[in-house]
Design a protein around this ligand. Structure first.
Ligand SMILES: Cc1cc2nc3c(=O)[nH]c(=O)nc-3n(C[C@H](O)[C@H](O)[C@H](O)COP(=O)(O)OP(=O)(O)OC[C@H]3O[C@@H](n4cnc5c(N)ncnc54)[C@H](O)[C@@H]3O)c2cc1C
Length: 234
């Protein structure tokens, strides 16, 4: 099959993992080899301007025939409304893989900064690193609005044991600030990284304003632009 020709993706499961945030698991008619950090385009009937939306693969590249996607649904969004109506057993059309937001072997330490479902490419990368038994230093700053928006913490906790990994969960508007657990801070990721040393490579994924702010901060601290990698969702 041609590399970017559409593939049929059978929806195997749909799990709500946080507020309006779902993990869709699909089984492909033919495996789609991809690199951790890459994305696919989902056909969305009627979506403007191009009838497609992009989604980073959330799962380990070791399983190219079964892919997970972690997707936030928005009221009125073309893809969001389309996906909200989908049921297990439905068939989606996807194309890919696309993108160069990937993790070369030789770089260290690596700091990931994600807002919301911007965690997806890092989730795929770290699942792969865990499987390979890699001991590189990884650090994650993960920002969401409130407790209801948090997902993936059990996996982040596991990676603290299985990888050379640590994370900071940043809640910009927590409902119960007094009940925040260890590893959690109040505020945006930009505040959390402000005092952090800018060594190694930085991977930023999520909303554009966070990306521009963090990029500016890192450059201001003298980090070379070649050490800053970005994937802007919107
Ligand atoms: C390379 C790439 C990879 C992406 N991977 C993912 C992914 O793994 N998971 C995912 O949930 N989204 C991802 N996105 C965003 C996704 O492509 C869509 O933009 C999103 O699903 C909204 O589409 P829509 O048609 O429902 O809404 P639209 O009608 O296109 O937009 C609705 C509104 O939602 C805002 N918006 C879009 N995405 C987000 C978001 N993630 N968080 C907050 N606000 C947002 C837009 O600015 C707009 O105001 C990715 C985007 C790119 C470019």
């Amino acid at each position: 099959m041609e590399r970017y020709s559409p593939r049929k993706a059978l929806l195997r499961s749909i799990d709500t993992v946080a507020r309006d945030t779902l993990v869709y698991r699909v089984e492909l008619d033919e495996p789609l080899p991809f690199k951790a950090g890459q994305f696919v385009n989902l056909a969305v009937p009627g979506a403007k301007p191009r009838g497609e939306r992009s989604y980073s693969v959330y799962s380990d590249p070791a399983s190219p025939g079964v892919l997970d996607f972690c997707i936030k649904l928005f009221a009125g969004g073309a893809a969001s409304e389309y996906l909200r109506e989908r049921k297990v057993g439905d068939v989606l059309d996807i194309r890919g893989p696309f993108g160069v937001f990937t993790l070369p072997e030789e770089i260290e330490p690596v700091t990931f900064v994600a807002t919301g479902t911007g965690l997806a490419p890092f989730h795929s990368m770290l699942l792969e690193q865990e499987r390979l038994g890699n001991r590189r230093i990884f650090r994650l700053f993960f920002g969401v609005r409130a407790e209801e928006d948090v997902f993936g913490v059990a996996t982040l906790q596991r990676w603290k044991q299985s990888l050379n990994f640590d994370y900071t969960l940043c809640l910009s508007r927590p409902e119960a600030p007094e009940a925040m657990k260890e590893g959690c801070v109040i505020g945006r990721v930009t505040q959390a990284i402000a005092d952090h040393s800018p060594e190694g490579h930085w991977y930023l994924c999520g909303n554009g304003s966070m990306i521009e702010e963090v990029r500016g901060l890192l450059k201001g601290k003298g980090l070379d632009r070649k050490q800053i990698h970005v994937e802007k969702y919107y």
